[in-house]
Design a protein around this ligand. Structure first.
Ligand code: GLN
Ligand code: ZN
Length: 758
């Protein structure tokens, strides 16, 4: 067998036509048997193996597939089932852990590093006893073998598994190390029986974070041990999303076979090259971007590869994707409507493995075939077109960004708030909502028909206005003080703006798994961003015309727009964000000129964009804060700027939040009482705050009494002059039957509290 040179960390699994999603949802609604799920799953695995085999990839994964999540699979493999599911078995156990059942709440889910993929968080306890169940891993390996693929086996490593777990009693998860590691050893023993020689890919992305010495001190003993379990197992330890230089130094002195490093999102990994060169380790050089949708620039990537092989000899190097391709969509073949020039700049998973293959030939072979030469030329052309296309490069936008000198709004907070309170006349503990009201089936249907061209624009506008009317009537009746129009015209808070901005693209089938069967289709920023015309003014001013109360304008902020899109890779993220900020700034100005006096600029994804490494945080914060401030820099002193963030842990970033200088911020705190609000008081935060007083993620209607209590506990932390009263987040996923009584109770609760403190 010729030497292995190309390596794919993992492949997406939901299916290019979301087959897995569809069959899972049928099964969950009891419309098909589990065997049907299994047969679709097998077809998908085989198709994905075939894609990689046909692209000429040497090392292909098994166990990168999952019916829900790889962490959940690892929980099953290790027998780390929480006790509330103990009576269940097989698929019932598996899906109950993921989704809950009538007797037990689902396990928690959270974001996988800084991606938009969510994993199931293992719940561990000192009383646990773990027991190996290698069935899935072994079966998948055998399926691949039967299909003619001599595959590697992917598993999540013990350090990452523990690092991403939580302990019920809040204790240190690494105290369970001695219980977990024997199960890993046993797993490798079982794997070793499967073939004469097997590569096991152990994912340890935790090693790219700033690690404390305790975790680092576990690296060597763990891999000394695991790599020697059996002489026929070769361990490929794979990291991604950042550099892992601290761990690299340790790992080269363990008996692992190969080390996977991400040279795109962790370019500092280059500093570890000398160490690797001096060792006997193979280097899996992650050079094809697994987190973006752009066609690889093969010339530039060859230069990157050259800089690697200048240090580490070619015999030691394999070329790899930067991480699993899970974070990219499947295949461009379903993009039938996309502008052909733009489509020619893109590359999804299926196209990326071809790029990897071509790069491998370019790097390791003397001569390219005629076909490869042609592909190389086509790639050159596509990248040349990206460098010069008028669709991308807009001089007017660039000049405007360069010449912008007004970077923040006029007036300091103390001065602004005085004027605003006078002009706007809202009371202490003013009530409002976060923006969206329930998205009813009728609203969704109207939007869809309008998009498909089945509904005339005038008709569509009328329908949306009727909905706004209903929202206004309800809010007035219930006694809310600052109203919203309800966002019925928006499918999604980023897509809505993306669709109206120049430089933004949309795919037909660019689905990426977000969690379980759920996928998102992020829009993509391909060019310089500008705003051809106002985006929200007609809705907001219509809504304002229907009430004498204050109607809050509703925008999405530049950092959130950026963090929830695929972003062009030919420009720094901060520069892209600045262009978006100027577009939003124009919208703020148009809104205030149309008579809107309060404008909320949502930064729901502000925290998500934080880098994995401390040293990179100041740079992110610098441009993220700068661009929020630019986005609202057109607001006059009397125009009140609100922002909203969907999380509550502000301890690390409170100074940054303060620096954004919004007049009012609403945050998610209902589930944590007044605990998380305390930091605002501790640091002497001056601006106004709306801590959510009830959890909108649950269908439950909160009672007046509990919200009175909640408000009173907030008042223990901040004075009434500084507090707003609102739900935790937008209400679009809720039903009117839940929203109406909840808000009526919320307003009632405020009345009671006001009476007691008057
Ligand atoms: N204004 C948006 C809404 O109410 C905010 C959503 C969010 O924070 N994710 O839906
Ligand atoms: Zn929110």
């Amino acid at each position: 067998m010729s030497e292995n040179k190309s390596y794919v960390v993992g492949f997406p699994r939901i299916g290019e036509e979301r087959e897995l999603k569809k069959v899972l949802e049928l099964f969950w609604s009891k419309k098909c048997e589990f065997s049907e799920v299994e047969s679709v799953a097998l077809k998908l695995k085989q198709r994905h193996w075939a894609y990689q085999r046909d692209a000429g990839i040497d090392l292909i994964s098994t166990n990168d597939f999952s019916l829900y999540d790889n962490m959940l699979d690892m929980i099953v493999t290790l027998g780390a089932t929480p006790s509330r599911f103990a009576s269940l078995k097989n698929e019932e156990l598996y899906f109950s852990m993921a989704r809950g059942n009538k007797d037990a709440v689902a396990m928690e889910m959270t974001k996988w590093f800084n991606t938009n993929y969510h994993y199931i968080v293992p719940e561990l306890s000192l009383e646990d006893n773990y027991k190996l169940n290698a069935t899935k891993i072994i079966n998948e390996y055998k399926e691949a073998k039967e299909f003619g693929i001599n595959a590697k086996i992917n598993i999540i490593g013990p350090l990452t598994f523990l690092g991403l777990s939580k302990r019920q009693d809040g204790g240190d998860v690494y105290e369970l190390y001695n219980k977990i590691s024997p199960v890993y050893e046993e797993l490798l023993e079982q794997i070793s029986l499967l073939n004469e020689e097997i590569i096991v890919q152990i994912d340890e992305p935790i090693l790219v974070k700033d690690l404390d010495t305790k975790v680092l001190s576990l690296v060597k003993p763990t891999y000394d041990k695991l790599a020697l379990i059996s002489s026929n197992i070769k361990i490929a330890l794979v990291t991604y999303f950042e550099h892992s230089n601290e761990a690299t130094k340790i790992l080269v002195n363990t008996p692992i076979w190969a080390l996977g490093l991400d040279f795109l999102h962790g370019s500092e990994n280059k500093k570890g090259l000398e160490t690797i060169a001096k060792s006997d380790k193979k280097l899996l050089a992650g050079v094809v971007d697994g987190r973006n949708i752009w066609k690889c620039d093969l010339e530039a990537t060859s230069t990157l590869i050259k800089s690697i092989t200048d240090v580490v000899k070619k015999e030691q190097v394999l070329l790899s994707t930067s991480c699993s391709l899970l974070h990219t969509p499947f295949s461009l073949k379903y993009e039938e409507k996309m502008d052909s020039e733009i489509k020619n700049w893109l590359s999804y998973a299926v196209e990326k493995i071809d790029e990897l293959s071509l790069l491998t030939a370019l790097t390791f072979e003397e001569n390219l075939s005629e076909e490869q030469e042609e592909l190389l030329q086509a790639n050159k052309k596509a990248n040349e077109s990206r460098r010069t296309s008028a669709l991308i490069h807009d001089k007017a936008v660039q000049t405007r960004v360069e010449e912008r000198t007004k970077l923040s709004r006029d007036g300091v907070y103390e001065e602004r708030i005085k004027i605003q309170k006078e002009q706007l006349g809202y009371e202490d503990l003013a009530t409002t909502t976060i923006g969206s009201f329930p998205q009813t089936p009728e609203v969704r249907a109207a939007r869809r028909s309008f998009k498909n061209g089945e509904l005339e624009e005038v008709e569509y506008i009328k329908e949306m206005q009727n909905y706004i009317d209903e929202c206004v009537v309800f809010q007035e009746e219930c006694g809310l003080e600052v109203l919203v129009h309800g966002e019925s015209e928006r499918n999604d808070m980023v897509e809505y703006f993306g669709e109206q901005l120049k430089g933004y693209g949309f795919s037909q089938n660019g689905w990426v798994q977000s969690y379980g069967s759920r996928c998102v289709k992020p829009p993509f920023i391909y060019g310089d961003i500008s705003r051809p015309q106002p985006m929200t003014v007609k809705w907001s001013s219509y809504a304002q015309s229907k009430t004498d109360k204050i109607m809050k304008g509703m925008l999405t902020g530049p950092v959130t727009i950026l963090n929830w899109s695929f972003v062009r890779d030919d420009m720094a993220r901060g520069d892209v964000s600045k262009q978006i900020a100027l577009a939003i700034c124009d919208e703020v100005d148009d809104l205030q000129n149309a008579g809107i006096k309060m404008i909320q600029v949502d930064e729901a994804a502000f925290k998500e964009g934080y880098p994995l490494r401390e040293t990179k945080i100041p740079e992110y914060e610098a441009w993220a804060v700068r661009d929020f401030k630019i986005a609202v820099s057109s607001a006059r002193v009397g125009t009140q700027i609100h922002t909203h963030m969907c999380y509550s842990e502000f301890n690390d970033i409170i100074r940054t939040i303060e620096a954004m200088d919004a007049d009012v911020i609403s945050i998610e705190t209902a589930r944590s009482g007044n605990e998380l609000l305390k930091i605002f008081a501790e640091v002497g935060y001056k601006q106004e705050v709306g801590p959510g007083v009830y959890d909108i993620h649950s269908p439950r209607v909160p009672t007046v009494e509990e919200m009175v209590k909640q408000i009173e506990s907030l008042l223990e932390v901040l004075p009434k002059e500084q507090l707003w009263i609102n739900p935790d987040c937008g209400l679009k996923t809720r039903k009117w039957e839940e929203v109406k009584p909840s808000l009526i109770n919320m307003v009632e609760a405020v009345k009671i509290v006001r009476a007691t403190i008057a």
